[in-house]
Design a protein around this ligand. Structure first.
Ligand SMILES: Cc1ncc(COP(=O)(O)O)c(C=O)c1O
Length: 332
């Protein structure tokens, strides 16, 4: 499919203008030298340009575009205390003049640090439920929604961490951005290394497939097994197909390689290698990466290029989350 056809289909969806496009791409020369590999690029989606930045703003463009089109005046978002999505939603809501309420399955901490500090400055209204399950958090949010609706608020809930058919369209748009950028800057990028929590980057897989697979995509899972993720991603892509009316038309495994071998004990738990990567990247490249997503993707990228040399020029998607570092790192 042509770029124009995908761009036209995407442009028909309501979008809130939040990002600075395109985010920069540059080489990581010191890492190239360290790994004896020619062509390691980084796509700086940490620099999306609003609030704490990060890739979540891409899904929020479509989700909040939909909220505005529906006449919403209040956004409800869920997540852990240091959630990057909650901070990004707070910043986007501030820009769009919306009230934003977050429901956290976390204890209210004595100190505002990391994203909690930014959330406060962004005017986010936070409800801390303590250590409850995701189900309990969702029930609380549903009750709160009812209560606020009864008070006359027009509510819009951001579901599933923004990883829905609508939310992933932001990353289908990223596929277009990458193709345009590679053409304009004559970048020889062949393989993309990207993070996957609950599957938001399925949109990149979808967009890339619609464009005839200009890139090979390697997803590094930080939480779920390959089979669990494949199921989530297929469901999101099916919703996106329904919205855009553009068929994906191929088995998921032909469109992406999902590696679930770098997650260690799962979400929020560093492996020794990922912990080391968080400390090494700033010293080698002057760039901060956080513990949960970007560190494990970097370890995955290194592992892959140590095993094989035929990936072509690779590009590491820095998905942001810098602000959560302040709540994550402790030094004596
Ligand atoms: C910085 C960062 N990178 C990557 C991800 C993964 O996104 P997803 O859960 O949509 O796969 C997240 C999710 O919160 C994130 O905050």
């Amino acid at each position: 499919m042509s770029k124009e056809k995908l761009a036209t289909a995407l442009s028909k969806q309501p979008q809130a203008e939040l990002l600075l496009f395109p985010t920069p791409i540059h080489r990581l020369r010191n890492m190239e030298e360290e790994l004896s590999y020619d062509g390691i690029y980084i796509k700086r989606d940490d620099l999306t340009g609003l609030g704490p930045g990060g890739k979540k703003l891409r899904s929020l463009e479509f989700i909040l575009g939909d909220a505005l089109a529906a006449g919403a005046d209040t956004i409800i978002v869920h997540g852990p205390g240091q959630s990057n999505l909650c901070a990004a939603a707070a910043a986007a809501s501030a820009k769009l003049g919306l009230r934003c309420i977050a429901v956290h399955n976390a204890e209210k901490s004595a100190q505002y640090e990391g994203n909690l500090l930014l959330n406060k400055m962004l005017g986010l209204e936070s409800h801390f439920l303590g250590k409850v399950t995701q189900g309990e958090r969702e029930r609380y949010a549903a009750e709160l929604t009812e209560k606020l609706r009864a008070e006359g608020r027009a509510l819009y809930e951001i579901k599933k961490g923004g990883t829905t058919g609508l939310g992933i369209l932001g990353y289908a748009k990223l596929a277009l951005e990458l193709v345009d950028q590679c053409e304009a800057q004559r970048l020889p990028i062949k393989t993309l290394f990207v993070p996957v929590g609950n599957g938001g980057l399925a949109g990149l897989v979808y967009g890339n497939a619609l464009l005839g697979k200009p890139f090979d995509i390697v997803m590094i899972s930080v939480e779920y097994s390959r089979s669990e993720l494949s199921a989530y991603m297929r469901a999101c892509i099916a919703e996106a197909e329904e919205i855009l009316q553009l068929p994906f038309g191929q088995p998921l495994e032909d469109a992406v390689t999902i590696l679930d071998t770098y997650r260690g004990e799962g979400w929020g738990r560093n492996t020794p290698e990922s912990e080391e990567a968080v400390r090494r990247m700033p010293k080698r490249e002057g760039i901060f990466i956080e513990n949960i997503y970007n560190s494990k993707v970097w370890v995955g990228l290194e592992g892959c290029i140590r095993q094989r040399k035929d990936w072509g020029a690779v590009c590491y998607l820095h998905s942001g989350g810098f602000s959560s570092l302040f709540g994550q790192m402790k030094f004596d």
